[in-house]
Design a protein around this ligand. Structure first.
Ligand SMILES: Cc1cc2nc3c(=O)[nH]c(=O)nc-3n(C[C@H](O)[C@H](O)[C@H](O)COP(=O)(O)OP(=O)(O)OC[C@H]3O[C@@H](n4cnc5c(N)ncnc54)[C@H](O)[C@@H]3O)c2cc1C
Length: 204
């Protein structure tokens, strides 16, 4: 897969060896996540909202109530900064200065567009499928009123950057013999045991 043609202003400057513009890397990071932070300016002040998202080919989509304040701004052409971050480990070095974190992150800049009414049903099924494969076929689909009340926004993957840190601490040579524990404490997002919901039928 080819690299994104990210413009200079959105390319990573600090530690560029950790940068990636490769589609496969970006897709893998996006597909591993559920929540993005979507930042924009609303009423003259910056806001960063955590929002559920899904990747749909070469775009990400996110949704919310048509009446939500952010929909008013984002549905009408406000530029956004969209970020997803996965923490993979705490990196403990021999010196305080070289402590770090292992992570995978993606940042996308652009202006989202409203998903057309005719495309909403397919887009909504992508959110349901993200909860569990096959879920759209098992569940009652959104009805006309629910679909109308939901606005879906699409942000194309054009101005995209990924940054990935892996590996152990990068201590200075003169610190290597210090009697201090050094290494990586791995971190991961995991699911717990599912808890079944018990249906209760109203006595009427
Ligand atoms: C994991 C996660 C996933 C979510 N996914 C969705 C989604 O897919 N769709 C959706 O519509 N909403 C989602 N939300 C909720 C979303 O973050 C906003 O709270 C909501 O969309 C807008 O709320 P509002 O209209 O009050 O916000 P606004 O009117 O835009 O915000 C007003 C003020 O409320 C506060 N605020 C708003 N949201 C939050 C928040 N999440 N936490 C703390 N303070 C906040 C801030 O101070 C902000 O300035 C999600 C939240 C979380 C934590």
């Amino acid at each position: 897969m080819s690299d994104y043609g990210t413009s200079d202003v959105h390319r990573i400057r600090q530690v560029p060896k950790r940068a990636s513009y490769d589609r496969e890397t970006v897709h893998a990071i996006l597909d591993a996540g559920y929540v993005a932070h979507v930042a924009f300016v609303a009423d003259g002040a910056p806001v960063a909202l955590p929002l559920f998202y899904v990747r749909d080919g070469e775009s990400v989509i996110f949704h919310g109530s048509r009446k939500a304040r952010f929909m008013r701004f984002l549905g009408e052409g406000a530029p956004v900064c969209f970020t997803v971050t996965h923490m993979d480990g705490l990196v403990l070095a021999r010196s305080a200065f070289h402590h770090s974190m292992n992570y995978r992150s993606v940042m996308v800049h652009g202006t989202p567009e409203r998903v057309a009414e005719a495309e909403k049903a397919r887009a909504l099924s992508l959110f349901t499928a993200r909860a569990r494969q096959g879920r759209p076929q098992e569940t009652r689909p959104a009805n006309a009123q629910e679909t109308k009340a939901t606005q879906i926004l699409r942000l194309p993957l054009v101005e995209v950057a990924a940054k990935v840190r892996t590996g152990g601490p990068l201590d200075d040579p003169e610190d290597m013999d210090l009697p201090v524990w050094a290494g990586v404490v791995p971190m991961a997002m995991t699911f717990g045991e599912p808890v079944r919901d018990i249906a209760t039928v109203s006595a009427g």
